[in-house]
Design a protein around this ligand. Sequence first.
Ligand code: SF4
Length: 444
Amino acid sequence: MAMSGVEIFKLLPKTNCKKCGFPTCLAFAMKLAQRQADISACPDVSEAAKATLGEASAPPIRGIKLGLGDRAAKMGEENVMFRHEKKFVNPCVIALNVADTDDVAARAKNVASSEIDRVGQKLRVDAISIEFKSGDAAKYEAAVKAAAENAPESAVILNCSDATVVDAAVKAVAARKPMIYGVNDSNIDAMAAIAKAHGLILGLKADGIEAVMALVAKAKAAGVEDLVLDPCAKNAREIIEMNTQIRRSALKKGEKSLGYPVLSNCVREDSMVEANIAAVAVAKYASIVLVSAVERWKNLALFTLRQNIYTDPQVPMQVPQKVYKIGEPSAEAPLMITTNFSLTYFIVAGEVENSKVPSRLAVMDCEGLSVLTAWAAGKFTANKIAQFVTEWEEFKEVANKELIIPGQVAILSGALEDKLPGWKITVGPREANGLPVFLKSRAA
Ligand code: SF4
């Protein structure tokens, strides 16, 4: 159970020495209680207190890494029920489930080539799950190898409830630290032995939350700590109910046996139904979302949803202040200005690229706010824009003294002309998608 700030304070040295970076032990204790500090920052705390606090300050949902290296998918470590309370920490893993009777190599290549760039972040299908459907151990082992070879950087999930089959297949991918999914009451001892031998994750599958808790107890008794829970929700409503109950029990009631990442199996025959169920799972606490196909349209929807949910709401996504060159602009090329909200920048830059008119895009630091919000907040005003244009070095290489401002802030044009003598201020389109026509018509 989480400790209060006052309970934590009682365990600290109470010297107010400030070595932890906080003015008093009580201030540090309060931050520890909110999980915004680490006990290791106090060099004078006793080992006994450290042990007590370490246990109490451990994330209520265990952090687990699926896979190896830079592309390992981190799961768990969540601290809140709702994103606006603080933030969600580790974006859910999207995993493609492929039967060993399918063309595994081709499907694995789909996973390997799924990466897209959106607002400066690389988004992809993170894992491939190989399901044992053939009934043939040798075929399964070959499928696992094909998946690993053709999606060499993706995490691997062995979706199989036959321990003998897993034991044979796991050797080919053990170094990739896969997860064994399909661990149930009848195979848990054998699966736990395999997981222990190779340091793997166990994906526990049982009908309902109580049954999952019983499996957790058995896995822990067998010495396996890295666990993922699947309470086998049958539809979107059960995903919401069960995943919420698990998250709430772990966070609010300190229920340790539910303090693990959750897997939601969203595999459905109908792709649209699958996408909708997967979206529910992404939004409601799944750490792994299993799907049966990774069509581009589905990926884009799920990636965007996941990215929106897992960005820190307190930290606007922003790009550095700079005059960006798009194409190879001459000194006379069009010069546009916008704010440094990532989404604004990438949308505007993308439309300028589409126009094929080499241009400059001046991006002004407005603390990550979009154009209208920044204007309303007094950060994208005529005064501030004029100061940016006058003082920022990169404007000096621009011979064309015409500044194209977003149509949404057309109201600034008069004031800007007053404040930037020698400059012509032109009002651009209201929406970024008007830029290609706007730029092409000027270039004609
Ligand atoms: S370093 Fe330790 S003893 Fe010093 S103020 Fe911080 S919590 Fe208190």
